[in-house]
Design a protein around this ligand. Structure first.
Ligand SMILES: [Zn+2]
Length: 700
């Protein structure tokens, strides 16, 4: 399906437009997308119309005969592209959470077309001239703080996209952007392909060590793939990790681990090695066109960290104690193997399994013991309840809102004053049409440029369903993920800004994980667990003794977790700071870098390059994977404000948190916002302390 339409096709498109729900006003409650009426065939004509509308709006701004002012240029830009935002939001929600071959095919067409649409806008010299002129005289314009920030961000966006380049450079830049868009789409489709192609059936003899809840999920996964009655392991992280943790079968652990870590690296049609080489070369070329020595230097200029050196500084500070802890843990795991009479060296597919055993010995705690207390619905209630205590919002389920899949639930969110504030969509269960991972996104962002627009916020997870007739039970990691994504959700729902491009999560990548990671802290508070962690059969609250061990166990295996994360973040940084030529052989580059940092051989990268969607499916986290840790420095430090106040729901602290962090979106400089909340800069030791990495390994 191309985008050049014949006249007959155009006529067909026009008549279809009258029927195309994406192009009509939505008559649903809160004007939400009418998902039941939308079919894949609606998207191409809707995108076509949206591109045309947006181009016309931009042209009107560019050719406005009046001298540029804030209203006719900056505000007008904020008002443009409404249809495009609306169509894109619905489309990308479906592509990620409920795709099918038709949608994936359209995605292949749309992604380069999107780049082709945005390139001439972001590199429009006349338009940039208007923005630059206003930026030049910004001090004289009498702008509010939010308007100043908006002008600054708009100017920076154009400048960094290459609006100031000469024509030859712009042409090349446009080609690069379009190709990068295609490559990013190929990368994620390849990954999805390798994940969808593989499964391992569990025969009766293959189930030793696996819990009932794991088997329930394995049966559900088989059923979803049309193999009812069978049980399978799939390559989604929520299937692989519990399998590696609990399967007694070393040979099967190796098989699953190998399949998981070679996704995108199998020499088949889904191989991502060549895609990576081309992406890195193009990113380097674009950075150089813009006057930066490397892509990382370009990317980090527009972040809190500012430079590759600052990022490396943080990662190395964490790497050393984490590696030391991991090596000490490795020796303890090897000793455990020997004690059990095992005559083999600990391998990467053994780590989670023996770490779980060691945890049961040291902390007398295993995930399976707490799972019956972590009922999905109760954990959702817990996430809502914490938000009510902190920010005064309330949640009421609605059953009249159209959704994209019957599993999706919707809640209406009201503010302290009782007024409608947002809708929250929760899509919690894994299914083959959903990509792996967990994420927050929106169908509509908050703004009040022309009247109050309430946001439509989505959380998508990949939790396993409960067994027949039983509730879904979460692992401790799942429960943490639920709170994490809900923290992002609150950032979207509590947003209170005027301009759409500053709304909610429209902040620096190394700031965006603060609201989400900070929210995780409440999930592990005794007060919250005592109230909401109740046994799914008996309703008994989590016994105190188990609760204490659960909290203590949180620090367990943090050497491993930190090493697998930081090594991935360092590889990301190296890919984007070294000359692209250095990584022409991706596997050799990966090996050399791991050797350089002294990566323990028994631990694998959290994301090997060919499956590192964060940095190759698009450029959002490229040279930016460190962001999670940068944000963690802040979240560990920020939660300290509640601890110091002696109340995890302290009203004064919560009120500052709302005003300075959760509701202010991108309307303020993030450093300034953090200092306003905390009264000082973040203090990095809080992170090491939380991960238990300040204690000596022997004391663990
Ligand atoms: Zn996140």
């Amino acid at each position: 399906m191309g985008f050049v339409m014949s006249e007959t096709q155009q006529m067909a498109a026009i008549s279809q437009a009258q029927e195309n729900p994406l192009l009509k006003a939505w008559q649903t409650p809160f004007e939400t997308p009418p998902f039941a009426e939308i079919v894949p065939e609606h998207f191409l004509p809707a995108f076509e119309q949206a591109f045309a509308d947006h181009a016309a709006e931009i042209s009107a701004i560019t050719h406005d005969p009046a001298a540029p002012d804030f209203a006719n240029t900056i505000t007008a830009l904020e008002r443009s592209g409404k249809l495009l935002s609306r169509v894109s939001a619905v489309f990308y929600d479906l592509v990620s959470a409920h795709s099918n071959p038709a949608l994936l095919e359209i995605d292949k067409d749309v992604s380069p077309r999107m780049a082709r649409h945005w390139n001439p806008i972001m590199m429009n010299a006349v338009l940039f001239g208007r923005v630059a002129m206003l930026h030049e005289i910004r001090a004289t314009l009498g702008l509010t703080t939010e308007q100043q920030r908006l002008l600054e961000r708009t100017y920076t966006r154009f400048h960094r996209a290459g609006a100031g380049l000469d024509d030859a450079a712009k042409t090349r830049m446009a080609e690069i952007n379009e190709r990068l868009a295609q490559l990013g789409t190929s990368f994620s489709h390849h990954l999805l392909g390798d994940e969808q192609d593989w499964f391992m059936e569990l025969g009766e003899d293959d189930r030793a060590g696996l819990s009932d809840s794991f088997m329930a999920a394995a049966h559900a996964a088989a059923e979803a793939r049309g193999m009812a009655g069978k049980a399978i392991v799939t390559l989604s992280r929520s299937s692989v990790e519990p399998f590696l943790k609990s399967s007694d079968r070393r040979d099967l652990r190796e098989k699953v681990f190998t399949a998981f870590t070679t996704r995108g690296d199998n020499g088949n049609d889904n191989d991502n090695n060549a895609v990576i080489v081309e992406i890195l070369a193009l990113r380097e070329e674009s950075a150089k066109l813009l006057g930066f020595p490397t892509f990382a230097a370009y990317r980090l200029e527009d972040s809190m960290a500012k430079t590759p050196e600052a990022v490396r500084g943080l990662l190395e500070r964490v790497w050393k104690p984490a590696r030391a802890r991991a090596l000490a843990d490795r020796d303890a795991l090897q000793a455990l193997i020997s004690e059990e009479g095992g005559n083999f060296a600990l391998a990467p597919w053994d780590w989670r399994y023996y770490a779980e055993k060691l945890r049961q010995i040291r902390a007398n705690f295993d995930d399976a013991a707490i799972k019956p207390y972590l009922v999905l619905d109760h954990m959702i209630d817990a996430a809502f309840d914490c938000a009510s205590r902190l920010f005064g919002v309330t949640f009421a389920e609605r059953r009249d809102i159209p959704v994209w899949h019957p599993d999706v639930r919707v809640w209406e969110v009201r503010g302290r004053d009782g007024a409608h504030k947002a809708l929250f969509y929760g899509d919690y269960f894994a299914r083959p049409s959903k990509r792996s991972g967990a994420w927050m996104t929106s169908l509509r962002d908050q703004q009040k440029l022309d009247g109050k627009i309430a946001p439509l916020i989505i959380n998508v997870c990949n939790f396993a369903r409960g067994a027949e007739g039983e509730p879904s039970l979460l692992s401790p990691d799942d429960a943490r993920t639920l709170f994490h994504e809900f923290g992002h959700g609150l950032h979207g729902m509590l947003s209170d800004v005027t301009y759409p491009s500053l709304s909610g999560t429209s902040v620096f990548t190394d700031f965006v994980e603060l609201p989400s990671q900070l929210y995780e802290h409440w999930q592990e508070q005794p007060r919250v667990l005592r109230q909401f962690a109740r046994h799914y059969q008996t309703g008994e609250p989590l016994p105190d003794d188990l609760l204490k061990r659960f909290i203590a166990a949180r620090k367990f295996n943090q050497g491993f977790a930190t090493v697998e994360f930081v090594s991935s973040a360092l590889i990301d940084l190296e890919f984007h700071t070294q000359p692209a030529d250095a990584s022409r052989d991706v596997r050799a580059f990966e090996r050399a870098e791991l050797e350089k940092i002294g990566m323990p051989a028994e631990i694998a990268l959290r994301h090997r390059p060919t499956q590192f969607g964060h940095i190759f499916s698009g450029d959002h986290y490229a040279a930016g994977y460190y962001s999670y840790m940068w944000s963690e420095v802040m979240d560990a430090d920020a939660f300290g404000a509640f601890e110091e106040a002696g109340d995890i729901f302290d009203p004064a602290t919560a009120s500052r948190l709302h005003d300075d962090i959760y509701s202010s979106g991108g309307s303020r400089d993030p450093e300034e916002a953090y200092v306003a909340f905390r009264g000082r800069d973040p203090e990095p030791d809080a992170l090491l302390r939380r991960r238990g990495l300040l204690e000596t390994p022997e004391a663990a």
